[in-house]
Ligand binder design. Structure first.
Ligand code: FPP
Ligand code: MG
Ligand code: MG
Length: 387
């Protein structure tokens, strides 16, 4: 008789922390204004996938036993993982003496965050707070995104723009960003603050890039390799920036050595790119009921994502549809059919898989631990997910 497989869930190493997440987030979002309180907490009613906080907690635990190096000073700008095509304004760079003379404050002074978990070993209070901050920033971006995308559903519920109004959804998103900023400031870590502030700017930059399918606005655009480069840059800014920079921030808060910080960042960047590629694939392959949000939304919004961009490479006739953002009667259906006939979905999956492989490779030198296995498991989950 064969033995049943041993059930082993590496993600259980952070399961306990996750229990406190929703409560802590709701506490961060309290407002004396009853309506604002209600709209701000709306998306905390149904738990999201919590991908970002889970990654922060796993990275915190996995790096807790990796090499350490006390940071005496904020790293030079070139080492801060701010790889956006849009330059940081010079007023914010290192030539500004006040920026480099920031005092090296400890990540947490014990007063900033009270742990509710008695078995909190390995994860610092500041790192758990970071996990909550990432979810706040992500949720804020969803509140804004659903307004921009005229969406009607999110997390299996009517989206906030529909349940309340565009105005209240936008303001609630701003409120979440405000509270995330307060929580971030209280970590008393200028480098981590800079990283997460850059994420907020990157989200907007990614959304602006998405307003155009290609670098240039053309009537009949032609596929070039830059088409894909532009899409991937946009994808980094809108999705991978938050995941990569929060993984980096988790390692920084844990006083990890520079090599470990870089590895954490590379893991997050590659996983983040894979995550969004799969998201763009699911928009073609899954139903709205399964996703908990509208499916097939990208073409309706005029957006050409990876599956279509790969299809376009071998089907030049798609250029005309891309140029008019699938706006004519029948365009969406025609584009969809062509994508499904092409190898666009397979190529998207293969590209996502190559990023996931790079993510796993980035952390190969981490010491063996349950959390490291959890980070690897997250890669498998991203590839297998259906929502
Ligand atoms: C979801 O993408 C949206 C994002 C990943 C980021 C959206 C960013 C903004 C709206 C910029 C402003 C944000 C802030 C925090 C200032 P999607 O529409 O492709 O996915 P969906 O299917 O989940 O809606
Ligand atoms: Mg959307
Ligand atoms: Mg959107």
């Amino acid at each position: 008789k064969t033995e049943p497989p041993i059930s082993f869930d590496p993600l259980r190493s952070v399961a306990k922390e996750m229990k406190f997440l929703t409560k802590n987030i709701r506490d961060l979002l309290g407002s004396g204004h009853p309506m604002l309180d209600k709209v701000a907490k709306y998306y905390t009613q149904s738990e999201g996938k919590y991908v970002r906080p889970m990654l922060v907690l796993l990275m915190s635990r996995a790096t807790a036993i990796a090499p350490k190096e006390t940071r005496s000073q904020i790293s030079p700008i070139s080492q801060r993982g701010i790889d956006t095509p849009f330059a940081i304004p010079s007023i914010l760079n290192d030539s500004n003496p006040s920026a480099s003379q920031l005092l090296p404050l400890t990540a947490n002074d014990g007063l900033l965050y009270e742990s509710t978990d008695p078995d909190a070993e390995n994860i610092l209070p500041s790192q758990r707070r970071l996990a909550e901050i990432t979810e706040l920033i992500h949720t804020a971006s969803l509140l804004h995104d659903d307004v921009i995308d005229h969406s009607t559903a999110r997390r299996g519920m009517p989206s906030a723009n529909l349940a309340f109004s565009n105005k209240l959804a936008v303001l609630a998103g701003d409120f979440l960003l405000g509270r995330a900023s307060v929580a971030l400031a209280r970590l008393r870590d200028p480098e981590v603050t800079e990283l997460l502030a850059t994420v907020i700017a990157n989200l907007v930059e990614g959304e602006f890039m998405q307003l155009r399918n290609t670098a240039k606005d053309e009537k009949r655009p032609v596929w070039t390799p830059e088409t894909l480069t532009y899409y991937l840059q946009k994808t980094y800014l809108k999705s991978a920036s938050l995941i990569s920079k929060s993984c980096r921030a988790a390692a920084l808060l844990g006083q990890s050595s520079p090599a470990v910080v870089e590895a954490a960042y590379a893991y997050g960047k590659n996983l983040g790119l894979a995550f969004q590629l799969v998201d763009d694939m699911l928009d073609y392959t899954e139903s709205g009921a399964g996703l908990g949000k509208p499916a097939g939304a990208d073409l309706e919004l005029g957006l050409a994502t990876a599956p279509l961009l790969f299809a376009w490479e071998s089907m030049p006739e798609l250029g005309t549809l891309v140029g008019r953002k699938f706006a004519n009667e029948g365009d969406v259906e025609q584009a969809r059919t062509l994508v499904l006939q092409s190898s666009g979905l397979e190529q998207t999956r293969a590209l996502a898989q190559s990023y996931v492989d790079q993510a796993i490779d980035a952390i190969k030198d981490f010491p063996p631990s349950e959390a490291k296995e959890g980070l690897e498991e997250m890669c498998t989950k991203v590839m297998k997910r259906r929502k």
